[in-house]
Design a protein around this ligand. Structure first.
Ligand code: ADP
Length: 473
């Protein structure tokens, strides 16, 4: 079977969050199952582009509203990622350093989707399944079925994966001219509450819809940023498939970003050396338990409660815990964290920004990883933490609930709490400290046990395979 993934991100080409990790890994595992897997994404101006060789495979042009644009499709020559990678170049729109965050993001991603559909409709060869990811590609299922220019592809099954339903790509109806001419009777498939909603459109038009964990699928029926009724109505074609992690990239035994590689057999020694490096770099004490947070500093991740939760934890536990935060996002949260860093020198440090290498070292060197998320469709951080022997401390929601078992339960290996609030975090830090100082070898047993859990893509890739088969059938 041949599947083509359409996505705004793919690690290591360009990544802003979990979407990049998923699209960088799933196709590899699909190839291992005997499929042909391809990824097509925008050609941003990232390091990967300059460090690798590409060949031109197609050139074309289309309209974005009244504006004609030219596009080019280039393909990475050496199959470096383990699957075919195609980049879409549109000068003036996609040639930027960052993935998102520009005023014209709507135009950029609509143009990207038009270019991909145009290319696919002109290719003499057709994939068996088209798999779209998140709202940046949410108009593709509609376009393939109802835009006159692309109807040659209308028979190809489309699968749409919701990685995060908070962002839906809304655009006003005054921008409808951006979408190529379509059967006007079908306008309702674009609309949700008087707005063009690409995520809602994809849920309606895709042949199958998935979310990145079973619990998140359940939650979306209760709370989906306005799409609850739609998620209930379309439940027959929806499935929750838990994300996996790329166990080649995320392997403490081989990870080149660590100062000391280790496995479950020498986890204590391995983590000790990485922690020492981390503590020296950030002015922390290598003898004290280290709690870290890695991620976007946004409300979904409950980053707003972090400064107060950290402050209270330090006071209430008499300075026996120390914290390191890596992330960027809400400027108010960034400022509060920076302030905390100066107030609690030696107890708290903060790195504002995105740093892949540091994130790996933190997963390896930390004792505990905090994830008080309000919303967590799947969450990859907790799975990376488990793989690196770091105890995840998570709120019971979405994929966190599906992947972390509290150590109070039979064979549990993490810490779970119910509310994204300061008191639950402070209480959980207390439980973590007790675990850290426990005189039995419980923590070491947990570390060795969690590192051997299987969160690889094998089972999930198989589940996608069955989903594709059912869509084709
Ligand atoms: P998201 O909702 O952001 O997609 P996920 O848990 O699914 O959350 O994935 C987050 C991914 O992004 C992980 O690989 C995490 O390590 C990485 N990440 C997030 N913020 C940063 C950062 N500031 N620096 C480095 N990596 C980061």
């Amino acid at each position: 079977m041949e599947v083509i993934h359409i996505s705004a991100e793919c690690y290591p080409v360009a990544k802003a969050g979990g979407l990049g990790d998923v699209v960088g890994a799933l196709p590899k595992y699909q190839v291992a199952l005997g499929n042909v897997a391809k990824v097509v994404m925008p050609m941003y101006r990232t390091k990967f582009l300059y460090d690798n060789d590409f060949e031109l495979v197609h050139e074309g042009g289309q309209f974005l509203g009244a504006q004609y644009f030219n596009y080019a499709i280039i393909k990475e020559k050496t199959n470096k990622l383990g699957f075919d990678l195609y980049l879409v170049d549109i000068n003036g729109l996609l040639d930027r350093e960052k993935v998102y965050g520009y005023d014209d993001d709507t135009d950029r991603f609509v143009a990207f989707q038009i270019a991909v559909c145009d290319w696919l409709s002109k290719w003499e060869h057709q994939p068996d399944v088209i798999h779209c990811h998140d709202h940046h590609t949410g108009l593709v299922p509609f376009m393939l079925q109802h835009c006159f220019a692309f109807q040659r592809l209308a028979h190809i099954p489309t699968v749409f994966t919701i990685h995060n339903a908070q962002y839906q790509g809304w655009m006003g109806w005054d921008r409808v001219n951006l979408i190529p001419a379509y059967d006007n009777w079908k306008w309702g498939l674009l609309d949700w509450e008087n707005t063009i909603n690409p995520l809602a459109s994809a849920v309606r038009c895709a042949w199958r819809v998935t979310t990145v964990s079973p619990s998140y699928m359940e939650e979306l029926r209760q709370s989906a940023n306005g799409l609850e009724a739609l998620m209930n109505y379309e439940r027959g074609k929806c499935a929750g498939i838990l994300n996996g992690i790329d166990t080649e990239v995320w392997d403490p035994a081989t990870d080149p970003m660590l100062v000391k590689n280790y496995s479950h057999k020498d986890v204590r020694e391995g983590k000790r050396k990485n922690k020492k490096e981390l503590c020296e770099r950030f002015g922390l004490d290598k003898e004290k338990p280290l709690f870290v947070f890695i991620g976007r500093l946004v409300g979904e991740k409950a980053a707003d409660i972090l400064p107060e939760a950290i402050r209270q934890s330090i006071y209430q536990h008499h300075g026996s815990a120390q914290f390191l935060v890596l992330g960027s996002g809400d400027p108010a949260v960034e400022t509060s964290l920076e302030t905390l860093k100066y107030q609690f020198q030696g107890y708290v440090n903060v790195f504002i920004g995105y740093n892949e290498t540091l994130s790996h070292l933190m997963y390896a060197g930390a004792d505990f990883l905090l994830m008080p998320s309000r919303v967590e469709p799947c969450g990859l951080n907790q799975m990376y933490a488990l793989r690196y022997g770091t105890v995840p401390m998570v709120r019971s929601t979405g994929g966190l609930r599906d992947t972390v078992r509290d150590f109070g339960e039979w064979q549990g290996y993490g810490i779970r709490f119910d509310n994204a609030d300061v008191s639950d975090v402070v209480y959980s830090v207390g439980r973590a400290l007790a675990l850290y100082h426990d005189s039995t070898d419980l923590l070491q047993w947990m570390q060795s046990h969690m590192m051997r859990l299987d969160f690889s893509w094998n089972a999930s890739a198989q589940a996608y395979q069955e989903l594709y088969e059912s869509a084709r059938g």
